[in-house]
Write a protein that binds this ligand. Sequence first.
Ligand code: FAD
Length: 358
Amino acid sequence: MATAISLAERGVTVDLIDIDPNWRVYGAGITITGPTLRAYKRLGMLEAIKAEGAITKRTRLFRYDGLHMLDLDEPAIEEGLPATGGIMRPVLHRIMQTRVRELEISVRLGLSVSAMDLRNDFSVANFSDGSTGTYDLVVGADSVFSSIRDLAFPHMGPAIPTGQGCWRISIRKPPGLEMGEFYLGHASPCGITACAPDMVYMWMLTPHVDRDAHMSDEELFVTLKALLADFGGNAGWIRDNMTTNDWINYRPLAAALQPKDWYNKRVVLVGDAVHATTPHLASGAGMAVESGIVLAEELARTDDVSNALSSYQERRFDRCRDVIDTSVAVGQLQLQHGDPKEHAELLGAALHRLNAPF
Ligand SMILES: Cc1cc2nc3c(=O)[nH]c(=O)nc-3n(C[C@H](O)[C@H](O)[C@H](O)COP(=O)(O)OP(=O)(O)OC[C@H]3O[C@@H](n4cnc5c(N)ncnc54)[C@H](O)[C@@H]3O)c2cc1C
């Protein structure tokens, strides 16, 4: 949607398709860091996010048992921009959908691309409903299991499992929680992000246990509660107050910076399709939104589409590599019970680098 919006704002006619007939997103919250807020500001959505999400200036660090260690000030990276925040994913999705509708972008749902004919000056897409379309450019923004990547980029492969998994719960806000919180010094670190005046989501990273079957809702609830046994502070509050009505999810983590080129004739990839990361820097969605904006900027700069795609790739590659390499390195440290100080330094330095303009 970020790519579609950025292109439509520059006068490009966009057909947006999504495989989900109901165009939904799952019920987690999402952390929106300063750089991500900056990208959303460029899309004209900052005020809506501020109004419907939660904005904070600081993150509080606790030992896992609730002992307060320190508060990290998070300065705003741009005049008028909040420092950091969170929002429920369905709310963010609705804000983006509203902008897509305002721009009168054509949206077709329950559809995917089943085959493509790539030519030097256009691409023909065959859709799963039997229809076809001819486009100056096809953008594959279809996430980590991208079928556009499978169809048009034989030199790329699936994302690689990192050995960790992420638990998430969306729950009412613990009384007194004012800012983001991290609980460290445990084999399974966790954190809480405010997402609305009355809602938070909590994440926890654990070593991934491979199993054949999906966990039932009951099993998700019982397992997460047990994983939180040692935790104090608001993490302990969540353990003691969580119910089976709260949204709980477990997902194994995988990452991949796909090798260049990220484009092939008149098809290009953005977002998790080409730069999937783990959530350690809470920046995957931010990188996807930035990539959409940069792609539209580069296409608007020249009539030479190949040059525009090459410039898009060059502007994005190192920045996305930094996010993925750092995120995967922090995950490895956690799996090896590495020094939490080294972990904090890696994260702090990478977050600082991301403040640079994109
Ligand atoms: C556990 C976890 C926690 C995370 N937390 C954060 C966080 O706090 N902050 C942050 O910035 N990032 C976070 N991320 C990363 C973030 O969710 C992703 O990087 C981001 O959603 C990628 O955006 P995308 O548009 O590439 O893909 P998606 O958001 O997955 O969107 C892809 C869209 O394509 C559609 N689609 C899929 N396949 C097809 C197909 N074949 N045909 C047509 N349509 C298709 C889908 O329905 C979907 O609408 C987290 C990721 C994980 C796994």
